[in-house]
Design a protein around this ligand. Structure first.
Ligand code: X2X
Length: 341
């Protein structure tokens, strides 16, 4: 490059910097729509509300976000939330990896049966190289991921009898959501899985159209599932359900770098509050939520290690098949992070 062309190039750079697209707060939308499935007082909604509150506080109201729960922005079809965000029809979401897994196969990772033994294992994934890789993948799909929150470990419940062995699931009609992985897992266990959205789940449980479902116990408790006949719970911890705060690229491009940083840090802080809410009363140190549920006359079965192993073996083929689909490299990275947690 000659001195002259160098000068010309430098001049061009300055010109772009002066006239290029720069976000101004004045250009912001009156309202940014945040999609969730569950509202407060579910921990999911608590996380979303806290994000909205912190962003409003830290921008003196310059960024106005509003939570739309029940995935109403996609008419309740929660597995279409990611696509809508990618298109920019939804500005933001606090979304479940389960609901995004039909579009991004790697999101199935947390739903691999019995991959995650405990909270430390889940944290090792979300806070480690696996979490970084998953965020990269989301970014490659036109959405900016900011932080993690949590729905929780998903436990199986039903209206018929206690589940202690895979044989106890035989023939039970189970409501599931997400990708075909859930169908595969429950089919391998001899159950009869039925795919339906959350909006349809409670009526189906109430009428007995399905016998059971799987969701975190916070969801069971807030939704009062003991009142709709879900008398038997097994705390098998078979999959975890982390949540991701994210912004569609379309909306993300509106914000100044400073405001992007505020959005990200507020999501991290709200995520911490949401994770705390998701685990409250469900730990070894404090199992008060389980005690409260038992107080309603519900039978809560905790599997012995040997009993759990029978479920692990019954779903081993599903695990192997989905390891291939999700990507053996990513799954092995996860297995290693878990082993070293
Ligand atoms: O539909 C469900 O089961 C829920 C609320 O947990 C999710 O959105 C994944």
């Amino acid at each position: 490059m000659t001195f002259k062309t160098l000068l010309a190039a430098a001049g061009a750079t300055v010109a772009v910097a002066l006239t290029g697209p720069v976000a101004h707060a004045a250009d912001y939308k009156d309202e940014y729509k945040v999609s969730t499935v569950l509202p407060a007082p579910f921990p999911w909604g608590i996380a979303a509300d806290e994000w909205v509150r912190l962003v409003a506080e830290r921008t003196d109201g310059r960024i106005n976000m509003k939570v739309y729960s029940g995935t109403q922005l996609v008419a309740g079809e929660q597995t279409k939330e990611f696509n809508a965000m990618r298109r920019g029809a939804i500005d933001m979401a606090v979304g479940s990896t389960i609901n995004w897994s039909p579009q991004i196969v790697e999101m199935n990772l947390f739903a691999m049966p019995f991959l995650l033994p405990d909270y430390a294992a889940l944290d090792a994934l979300t806070n480690g190289p696996v979490g970084d890789r998953l965020f990269e993948i989301i970014r490659e799909n036109g959405v900016e991921p900011l932080a993690w929150a949590e729905n929780g470990f998903r436990e199986v419940t039903n209206s018929q009898h206690p589940i202690e062995t895979p044989a106890d699931l035989e023939g039970l009609k189970m409501r599931v959501v997400g990708s075909p992985l859930f169908n595969d897992t429950f089919t391998a266990l001899g159950a009869n899985p039925v795919q339906m959205s959350w909006a349809d789940a409670k009526p189906a449980l109430t009428t007995g159209a399905v016998d059971g479902q799987e969701n975190p116990l916070t969801v069971y408790s807030v939704a009062k599932m003991h009142e709709i006949g879900q008398q038997y719970i097994t705390t098998w911890h078979y999959v975890a359900d982390p949540l991701i705060f994210a912004v569609s690229d379309k909306a993300w491009g509106d914000f100044t770098p400073e405001d992007q940083e505020i959005l990200r840090q507020a999501a991290i802080d709200a995520g911490r509050a949401g994770i705390e809410a998701a685990r409250a009363g469900l730990t070894d140190e404090d199992d008060s939520m389980i005690q409260e549920i038992k107080g309603h006359g519900v039978t809560v079965t905790r599997l012995t290690e040997e009993q759990r192993q029978a479920f692990v073996e019954a779903t081993r083929d599903v695990y192997d098949a989905w390891k291939a689909k999700i990507g053996p490299d990513l799954v092995e990275m996860a297995e290693e992070s878990i082993a070293n947690r």
